[in-house]
Write a protein that binds this ligand. Structure first.
Ligand SMILES: Nc1ncnc2c1ncn2[C@@H]1O[C@H](COP(=O)(O)OP(=O)(O)OP(=O)(O)O)[C@@H](O)[C@H]1O
Ligand SMILES: [Mg+2]
Length: 380
């Protein structure tokens, strides 16, 4: 078989030929692409003459006759139906060496036909072959509908992905452009001598803070939706907690806040150490940002079992900060949602992505004015 090597069409044509003991033929199917009409979708190997594009308009005489009579059409039959077809239809059927054309019908709908090229003596009896033909026609239609459905779903997924990409791009542009503008103006002020020497150190610190902000947005973004292959190593949470706390220590000290660790057993889980470290850093920074001067942030961990009795490792970040009102709580995991003047809104979005991808979970409980507790659960 050839003609685009369409396996569905090839299978259908092979089935029809087999049902009538034939070896050569052409399958025509109703297509809706371009001008709707019947066009060849499979041609058996012995036929080499289909050089020009062939198409029977959907309402041309041959399909109309087949819809009404639901019978195989003998070809050539100069005195019968064949003689009544348009000369173009006759020519096309001759071109594929058709000796008969067998309709494929599902629920009164003509979905196509097969021409048989090497059956000179007997016109196929549809009464005898029809149940096999019905099966072939039904399978062919089901395969075509499934392919259409899949194409529709794929195109919808592509559209969704595109619009999500657009949203992301707008968010990133915003998050990167703002700090860049701030850095640019601060550098310019220093360059023009508009800042007294005694204040230049502070301005340069601000430059570093802004650069860190861009860096954090980009780090979070790069980790979002990473492929799963990188996430199978065994990692130890106590070491990662110590590492994340060290990283945030200077930030907390600037705000006169303390970071306290209450975790003294090793907790082994499976995951990606870079990603889990980033989750812990994001939670610690959120806790510091919500807390006032001099307040403490606690990070604690333990082994436990979940409601089904499966062992889990739990790490919690607890602060005594501003808390989260219920109306805000429902949005905190949305990408780019932030209540902070210089927030990126990606921290918790990344945390949830990492936790769900590794089979764990993240739960935030909070009371305004009292504080916030974020609970990470890792399968063990
Ligand atoms: N510990 C917390 N206490 C109070 N509010 C919090 C806390 N953690 C998160 N939030 C709220 O959730 C929002 C989203 O947090 P998320 O970490 O996703 O983004 P962000 O901190 O605003 O920005 P980014 O982390 O990208 O710098 C925050 O803007 C804040 O309103
Ligand atoms: Mg954050």
């Amino acid at each position: 078989m050839r003609w685009g090597a369409d396996p569905v069409a090839t299978e259908a044509l092979t089935g029809v030929l087999g049902a009538f003991g034939c070896n050569r033929g052409v399958l025509f199917e109703l297509t809706t692409r371009g001008d709707s009409g019947f066009a060849p979708t499979a041609v058996s190997a012995g036929l080499t003459s289909l050089e020009r594009p062939i198409r029977f308009p959907a309402d041309s005489l041959l399909p109309r006759w087949m819809r009404v009579n639901r019978q195989a059409l003998p070809v050539p039959d100069d005195i019968g139906v064949f003689g009544a077809l348009t000369s173009q239809e006759q020519e096309t059927l001759r071109e594929v060496s058709a000796r008969a054309a067998v309709p494929l019908i599902v629920e009164k709908q003509l979905i196509g036909w097969a021409t048989l090229s090497d059956r000179p003596d007997r016109i196929p009896d549809l009464g005898a072959g029809s149940s096999a033909l019905d099966d072939i026609a039904r399978r062919l239609l089901a395969a075509r509908l499934a392919a259409e459905e899949k194409a529709r779903a794929d195109s919808l997924a592509r559209t969704n992905k595109l619009s999500l990409t657009g949203e992301m791009a707008a968010g990133i542009a915003h998050e990167v452009r703002n700090p860049l503008a701030a850095v640019r103006s601060m550098v310019q002020l220093v360059r023009n001598g508009a800042i007294p020497a005694s204040e230049q150190g502070q301005v340069l610190d601000n430059v570093v803070t802004e650069i860190d902000r861009v860096n954090s947005v980009v780090t979070n973004l790069m980790m979002l939706g990473r492929p799963s292959a990188s996430r199978t190593e065994a990692v130890e949470l106590m070491a990662l907690v110590a590492d994340a706390v060290n990283f945030c220590r200077a930030y907390a000290r600037q705000r006169s806040q303390s970071l306290e660790i209450a975790l003294n057993t090793r907790l082994w889980v499976r995951g990606d150490s870079l990603e889990i470290r980033q989750v812990l850093v994001n939670l610690l920074l959120n806790a510091c940002q919500a807390s006032g001067d001099g307040q403490a942030v606690l990070i604690q961990g333990r082994s436990d079992t979940d409601s089904a009795g499966v062992p889990v490792a739990i790490v919690e970040v607890v602060d005594e900060g501003a808390g989260i009102p219920p109306s805000v709580l429902s949005q905190i995991f949305d990408p780019f949602f932030t209540t902070k003047a210089n927030g990126g809104g990606l921290g918790l979005c990344l945390c949830r992505d990492v936790m769900t991808r590794s089979g764990g979970s993240i739960v935030v409980t909070s009371e305004p004015g009292v504080g916030t507790r974020v609970t990470l659960t890792f399968p063990q």
